[in-house]
Design a protein around this ligand. Sequence first.
Ligand SMILES: Nc1ccn([C@@H]2O[C@H](COP(=O)(O)OP(=O)(O)OP(=O)(O)O)[C@@H](O)[C@H]2O)c(=O)n1
Ligand SMILES: O=C(CO)[C@H](O)[C@H](O)COP(=O)(O)O
Length: 439
Amino acid sequence: MQEETGDMDRPVEPGHFSASEARLDKHIAGLCIVDFPVAVVLPAGGSGERTGLLTPKQFCTFLNRPLISYTIQTFERVPWIQSIVVVVAKESLDLMMDIIHRFHHRKVLVVHGGSTRHRSIFNGVRALSEGEDGTARVKPKVVIIHDAVRPFVEEDFLHKITMAAKEQGAAGAIRPLVSTVIATTLEGYLDHSLERTKYRASEMPQGFIYDVIYQAYQRCSASDFEFGTECLHLALQYCGTNAKLIEGPPTLWKVTYKRDLAAAESIVKETLSQSACVITGGSAQATELANALQRSMGALDMEVDVISDLIGDNAKSLSKEWNFIQVSVNNYWLSEVGEMLSALEVADRALLHPVVIIWVYLNVSNDDSSASEAMGGEPAAMMEIATGAKLGNILLYGIQLHHSKEATLWGRSVERVAQMSCALIRDRSPALTGQLLQA
Ligand SMILES: Nc1ccn([C@@H]2O[C@H](COP(=O)(O)OP(=O)(O)OP(=O)(O)O)[C@@H](O)[C@H]2O)c(=O)n1
Ligand SMILES: O=C(CO)[C@H](O)[C@H](O)COP(=O)(O)O
């Protein structure tokens, strides 16, 4: 059973590589130049027993998106990878197709898995050279194998693995051991321990010349399929290919236990919380506040850009991975926020990650009562807009502050806005949307 997804904006026929290979991207901007066809197999057919959850970990969701979609996105954005085969259990096929359509994944071919990881991987590898009906497909030169439950891998590391695989026939990521490995006796006593400096943990990704891994799987035994855990070992044992081992970053770790899902979520949140864009509307007071926020939030490790509006060239900010802070001066009026929500929707900015908008209401009048009058009834409007925005994966929060003429008081308020903004952006709590906080 194979399902292809080629109906998105740039259709790809997965597993098919023409001789001239028109799409062989030379990624000249960076160091990553790959001029041969590369495909990826993501085994995602396991049940995730060790998490103790009912849902297999690859389908567990954080920040409104299943883990498998993060991993697919990681490979999809690498221009020199042409095709991604995702291997899932039969009963997860509909769910997988739904994920592909919901998150607009483009380069993906879905195939059925097997009862063990090796069986699933072999199904994925085979699908790259032959269709379900046995028809031949033009195979890639190199195939990268990567557990679907390892969502964080950088392009430059994939490049290293791919180039080493092409040269050596096989290559794999390693990490230093964090604990000593010991052998136990049948009775549960220490038999012997291994010298830790001589050993490494084998991680993913691994890369292979296509024919090497295909032949290794064709030649390996039923016992390998049943109990084996190491693709590099199959390449050595059945094809005599000695893999090049490359030390990878700690982020290559595999989601195995429930707590790993929380760790993955916090890594994604951290990467989404690096920067914010303050929109001032052009007024002097808003600009003064924005500049002060830029300094204070900068000290809290958040890069802040200040712009007056989202018109013309400034509209580019909508497509960046920014969070937004919209300042309104003496104008308890949410129309600017409404416009921003529409613009983000048009740009499809919240498809893959929730976007944070913080609306900052700056009261510069001398008379506090005019501010409270302006507020009358408006928190309800704020909550209503925030509720609608949340359905579109946009998290809207509010902060209000008074522009005190007293420098110390003003400084404290600005500091509080900076701290609250950083906390709201970093936490991304859906429960706090629509709230108007006091600074
Ligand atoms: N029959 C299988 C078993 C595992 N995998 C995949 O292989 C990767 C790594 O395996 P592992 O972490 O062991 O996943 P599970 O087998 O799901 O976990 P557990 O051992 O806790 O059940 C996962 O992406 C998993 O979905 C697979 O494609 N087919
Ligand atoms: O270790 C590995 C390196 O080859 C594999 O990545 C894989 O994690 C094995 O998974 P598990 O043993 O947890 O099923």
